[in-house]
Design a protein around this ligand. Structure first.
Ligand code: ADP
Length: 498
């Protein structure tokens, strides 16, 4: 038990005051209890002397009266000589007719008990006249002397007793209270606002139900305070986080609005030259087609220019529509037609990145419900990203299959992939890892697919590259392969698109 005591606990201000009060109180108690004990001893001794005097009265008064009656001084002397030897009796005298007949002993004490007994004739019971007086003097000085000798012993014994009890109380106090207070104060020093500190427990028997004391109350209060502080902090952090994300969202909205304005004006500006290009190309075609002097390659080029300028105009129209949040058109689009038309758009990129597209189309009659140009835009974006991420001579696969009431189009590349942390942000606007990227492509793709009641999913595939899966509402299957589409054989059958 002692080994658990921390002597440092006795150097604190409270401990010092406690020790001082205990010492003062011990001294007071020592003095009071010693005085009381001395008084009791004094009373006892006086009673003893009085008992001796009473004994002389009871046992020897008749004998003395008898010898006095017989006028026998020798026997009287013998008797009082014997009596004077009793403790504390200092002098005995027999007085008759105002004369001291016999006397023995000397009065040595300053303080005495002086007692006189009348001596009556023993035979005459009703005698009125006393024969003489027995004068007995008991000295109190030896009693005081004895008490003086005892006083030190009483004082020291009481002091030791009181000191031992005080020390015991102090140790008990330290064991029961001070060491726990120390632990509570150390714990209070380690308290932090994050609420990670373990709950405070004291090194003592757990309190039984309904037997909690002040220390248990303090411990419970501290633990509850710690929990409340942590909760408050969490709430504050959440509020800060909310206000931070609101600020970020506002800033983002700001950027998106400016982007929309810029994109809208660019679309407007570009639309006019594009229309002019298409018109001039069409006019040139009309004038030169059929003229044998004009090389066929030029006619082909003019046709391509017209086709691409019209398509670019269509893309711009859709973008403007998308930006101005106008409702896009919905129709059943043959998946095969969607893939083929998008592949045409990618021809230049394919040769630039030296990758091959492979398509796996489960059923050529499959259709999806949506806006052709917007879906082309999504597909184009996903395929261009895949090409940019892929090493030369690698393959990019497009798998089409039915998933419940949806059609799934999966674009799988074998490129560099993306780490898990960045993957969480992949659809966030302005997220880009490219030096010249805008980070808007995937965000727009997702918005388009969401607006189609579909889903755009992302995962890392077994080759370490990326899988982007579009899930789009399935339309009615085509009854027969349309003319325009039948020209494009399924790519899975044809092999890679070059
Ligand atoms: P941008 O192409 O302008 O960066 P996107 O929104 O199209 O914007 O793409 C965002 C980011 O997603 C890209 O910077 C790239 O890090 C990552 N990413 C998209 N597709 C792929 C892919 N197929 N492989 C690896 N990373 C990709």
């Amino acid at each position: 038990m002692i080994s658990k005591f921390n002597l440092g606990a006795f150097t604190g201000r409270t401990a010092k005051r406690l020790i001082l009060y205990i010492i003062l109180f011990s001294v007071l108690i020592t003095i009071l209890s010693s005085a009381l004990q001395l008084y009791v001893e004094y009373q006892d001794e006086v009673v003893q002397i009085e008992q001796q005097i009473e004994q002389v009265q009871n046992s020897h008064l008749d004998g003395i009266a008898h010898y006095l009656e017989q006028n026998n001084p020798a026997q009287l002397q013998l008797l009082i000589d014997g009596l004077v030897k009793l403790p504390d009796i200092e002098r005995i005298s027999i007085i008759a007719r105002d004369r001291v007949l016999q006397r023995t002993g000397e009065v040595m004490s300053d303080r005495v008990i002086d007692t006189k007994f009348l001596l009556y004739p023993t035979k005459s019971v009703d005698a009125k006249e006393p024969l003489g007086t027995l004068h007995l003097v008991a000295g109190l000085d030896p009693l005081y002397e004895r008490l003086k000798q005892k006083i030190w012993f009483i004082l020291i014994a009481t002091a030791v007793k009181t000191f031992l009890i005080a020390a015991f109380i102090l140790l008990l106090f330290q064991y029961l209270v001070t060491r726990h207070l120390n632990k509570i104060s150390q714990y209070a020093h380690t308290l932090t606002l994050n609420g990670h500190a373990p709950a405070l427990t004291l090194d003592r028997m757990p309190a039984r139900r309904g037997e909690v004391d002040e220390l248990d109350t303090v411990v419970t209060a501290l633990n509850e305070m710690q929990t409340r502080l942590a909760q408050e902090l969490r709430l504050r952090e959440e509020a800060e986080f909310d206000s931070r994300s609101s600020r970020e969202q506002l800033a983002h909205m700001d950027r998106v609005t400016s982007m929309e304005e810029i994109a809208s004006s660019i679309a407007h500006e570009i639309n006019q030259p594009l229309t002019a290009i298409a018109t001039y190309a069409q006019a040139a075609l009309r004038t030169n087609k059929g003229d044998e002097r004009v090389p066929e390659a030029l006619i082909n080029a003019l046709e391509k220019i017209t086709e691409q300028a019209l398509r670019a105009g269509e893309v711009i129209r859709t973008i403007r529509q998308f930006i101005s949040k106008q409702a896009s058109s919905r129709s059943e689009i043959g998946v095969k037609a969607l893939l083929t038309s998008t592949s045409h758009l990618l021809e230049t990129l394919e040769s630039q990145y030296k990758v091959s597209l492979v398509q796996g189309l489960a059923d050529e009659r499959l259709t999806v419900i949506g806006d052709l140009v917007q879906l082309q835009q999504v597909l184009f974006n996903l395929l261009r990203n895949a090409m940019e991420a892929s090493p030369p001579d690698s393959i990019i696969e497009i798998w089409v299959e039915v998933c419940g009431d949806k059609v799934s189009l999966r674009i799988r590349d074998r490129g560099c992939g993306i780490d898990a942390e960045a993957a969480k942000e992949i659809f966030a606007p302005f997220f880009t890892t490219k030096q010249e990227g805008m980070g808007m492509g995937l965000a727009i793709c997702k918005t388009i697919i969401d607006a189609h009641n579909g889903e755009l999913l992302f995962s890392i595939n077994e080759f370490g590259g990326c899988d982007f899966t579009m899930l789009l509402p399935q339309g009615e299957k085509l009854v027969a392969e349309p003319e325009s589409q039948s020209e494009n054989k399924p790519q899975s059958e044809q092999g890679p698109v070059s």
